[in-house]
Design a protein around this ligand. Structure first.
Ligand SMILES: [Zn+2]
Length: 342
């Protein structure tokens, strides 16, 4: 998300929470909201806890109660119908989405959604299903966690030497791990080898991702699935050919494995700086029917591409996040900046 929007929401969320949501909806006429989450858990999950705040079950239930009070839940079929006809719902509606295909979607989230009668879609990385591999950012969080629990390692000569050869600025090893980009993700594997940390072992013991069996069973219960790239690169840092390979490869693999008759995709990280050519190719060649970004409440020039709002911002409630997002929308409307230009 853009830095300014983030600051705006964090500054004005209290004001936002006092303004009635319906009033903001009437002013902005934004009848469709697409929230996204990654994980809900009461545990302090090691592969995520150094990356972003994890919403508890209680806070998630609170978010859902707010959504159900104001909006009608849509399932993917209803959503697809609106998108196909380039329409927006007449009544305030929400379409709930989850990224990264984590096991908590099966263990924690789905049972709550079934109980409340809320449909949802979960976006999967094709390389990570069945715990075959691990997202490089999760590796960064795990290594930070390991060093927090083994602080003596930080003064170990081989660790100090590694930091000095891999960093030109920071001496803070946590910051260094968090700054590693997709194209250098092997640095994290090298460091793990250096300190004898085994990611495969973590995968086999903790099984952070959904398994094929769980996905089949959730599909039979009415949940929807989409692709989230092969192994979660940030699209602006990979070339056009690789962007298409990651998108097409993950959609084809997931649709075939789980017999899906729709092709939907959510961008890993962000669609920021992804070109017009990319969207034209994806829609013209039928690579995807619908795609999702995460730039907040914004309009898109591509009618099949939808922006979503993260509901995992710090420890704010859904109402605080959504209402301040709409305040931001009003603010940007004055500047004529609510349409994403590509
Ligand atoms: Zn993701």
């Amino acid at each position: 998300m853009s830095g300014f929007r983030n600051i705006f929401i964090k500054t004005f969320y209290k004001i936002g929470s006092f303004v009635p949501t319906r009033l903001l909806l009437n002013i902005t006429n934004q009848m469709l909201i697409i929230p996204f989450y990654h994980i809900i858990s009461d545990e302090n999950v090691p592969h995520i806890r150094h990356l972003y705040s994890i919403k508890s079950v209680k806070r998630f239930m609170h978010d859902l109660d707010f959504l159900l009070k104001v909006f009608k839940p849509l399932d993917y079929i209803e959503f697809q119908e609106l998108a196909r006809n380039n329409k927006r719902p007449v009544k305030p509606s929400f379409f709930l989405t989850f990224d990264d295909g984590l096991k908590e979607f099966h263990d924690i989230i789905a049972p709550i959604l079934i109980q409340k009668g809320i449909p949802a879609i979960c976006f999967l990385n094709s390389d990570f299903i069945d715990n075959k591999d691990l997202f490089y950012r999760y590796k960064a969080s795990l290594l930070i966690d390991y060093l927090v629990n083994n602080p003596k390692l930080i003064s170990d000569k081989k660790v100090i030497d590694w930091v000095s050869t891999h960093s030109n600025r920071t001496k803070d090893i946590s910051k260094l791990f968090l700054s590693i980009l997709y194209q250098n993700k092997n640095y994290l594997d090298d460091f793990a080898t250096l300190i004898n940390y085994n990611f495969k072992e973590y995968l086999s013991i903790h099984k952070p991702y959904l398994t094929s069996n769980q996905i089949h069973s959730l599909k039979n219960k009415g949940f929807f699935f989409g692709a989230h790239s092969i192994d979660h690169p940030e699209y602006r840092f990979i070339d056009f050919g690789e962007q298409i390979r990651q998108t097409k490869g993950s959609i084809e693999s997931i649709c075939a494995r789980f017999s899906l008759d729709y092709k939907t995709f959510s961008f890993p990280f962000t669609d920021y700086k992804v070109s017009k050519q990319f969207f034209n190719k994806v829609y013209n060649d039928n690579i995807a029917d619908i795609s999702f970004g995460c730039a907040g409440q914004k309009k898109e020039i591509f009618s099949n591409h939808f922006q979503r709002i993260s509901f995992e911002m710090d420890y704010l409630t859904a109402k605080e996040i959504y209402n301040s997002e709409l305040l931001y929308f009003v603010f940007k409307a004055f500047l004529g900046k609510n349409i994403i230009k590509r």
